[in-house]
Design a protein. Structure first.
Length: 333
């Protein structure tokens, strides 16, 4: 059912995809969220120098879109390896040759697989809170309980607490400064995410295979790993880094942060820009522009740049595609 059957949200104008120095990002979201979580990061003022010169292809995994109906009971939800392999269909049908992958959590694992399966289509990868190993005993046990409760009870406190910890890490127990972000996350979880469909994604991630031994030989593109030192993924991200080609891989560890995209968008934006310029993209951003990005990033997105606002530019086109084996259906949104 889902072979090459991806929903894709297009942010930006694909007409600029072949313009020198511009960038096309392919994004994949984590469990318990969808494309809106990454779009919120992209809309941060500190991302302006990147977003105004880029196109984003946001992949929405099966059944994870806002207001999705239950997936058919006899349908096969893809394994992580299948999800990674199928991403090339998005590029083929939208006639995009090369992309930079931007993935979070489980989505980062999917993009790592994509990068190994389709090295000729991947210029680089930015993996936020990634993991390359299989689920540990405790993770497997917890995921089994969560999957059962999502199936039988829908959204519930146990599943909610698990997903909050998965996203925000151990700082969630003591940090008052992100209570609002956590409440927003829980509200969106209840309002937008179908619990039965979320169970399918959780199970796929829980049953992932170990790709650690394949990374050094098969992941050819430049890669940046990003993790907060309070993230639940800290250990798995550092383990993944140890298995990668150090000449092509960098790791950004942000101190005193659980969810880097929410808590430290300025530092992530700055590093993302430098990463892209290191592989020959977004070269039109001058040194002065970079300093403005760094300056506005010092408050981690708390204010919009005073020199120029997003509204002073053309708003990016927003379109939704349903990518399938027989073609594509497009709706403007």
């Amino acid at each position: 059912m889902f072979q090459c059957g991806q929903n894709v949200i297009l942010q930006g104008d694909l007409g600029i995809k072949d313009t020198q120095g511009h960038c096309v990002f392919l994004t994949v979201h984590d469990m318990g969220s969808n494309h809106t979580s990454i779009m919120k990061f992209i809309d941060q003022p500190t991302m302006f120098q990147i977003s105004s010169r880029s196109v984003f292809l946001h992949v929405v995994l099966p059944g994870q879109e806002p207001g999705a109906v239950d997936l058919e009971e006899d349908s096969h939800f893809p394994k992580m390896q299948e999800l990674g392999g199928d991403l090339v269909c998005v590029l083929d049908q939208l006639k995009v040759k090369l992309v930079v992958g931007l993935g979070e959590g489980a989505g980062a694992n999917i993009l790592a697989r994509f990068g190994m399966l389709h090295p000729s289509r991947c210029l680089g990868l930015v993996l936020v809170h990634p993991t390359s190993t299989t689920a540990g005993v405790m993770e497997h046990f917890k995921d089994k309980i969560i999957s059962w409760k999502l199936e039988n009870l829908g959204h519930n406190p146990t599943a909610e607490q698990y997903l909050v910890f998965h996203k925000f890490g151990d700082r969630v127990m003591v940090a008052r400064d992100k209570e609002g972000a956590m409440e927003e996350f829980k509200d969106k979880l209840h309002e937008e995410i179908n619990p039965k469909n979320l169970k399918c994604y959780v199970e796929s991630f829980m049953n992932r295979t170990d790709i650690s031994s394949q990374l050094e030989e098969n992941l050819k593109c430049d890669t940046m790993l990003v993790v907060g030192d309070k993230s639940s993924f800290l250990h798995t991200t550092e383990t993944m880094y140890q298995h990668m080609d150090k000449t092509k891989t960098s790791i950004l560890r942000i101190d005193d942060v659980g969810d880097v995209l929410v808590e430290s968008p300025g530092k992530v934006s700055q590093s993302l820009l430098l990463f892209c310029q290191g592989i020959g993209l977004l070269t039109s951003v001058s040194s002065l522009d970079r300093m403005r990005t760094i300056s506005t990033g010092s408050s981690d997105g708390a204010r919009r740049p005073s020199l120029m606002s997003m509204e002073e530019y053309d708003k990016p086109n927003m379109k939704r595609f349903s990518i399938g084996g027989r073609g594509e259906k497009m709706e403007e949104t």
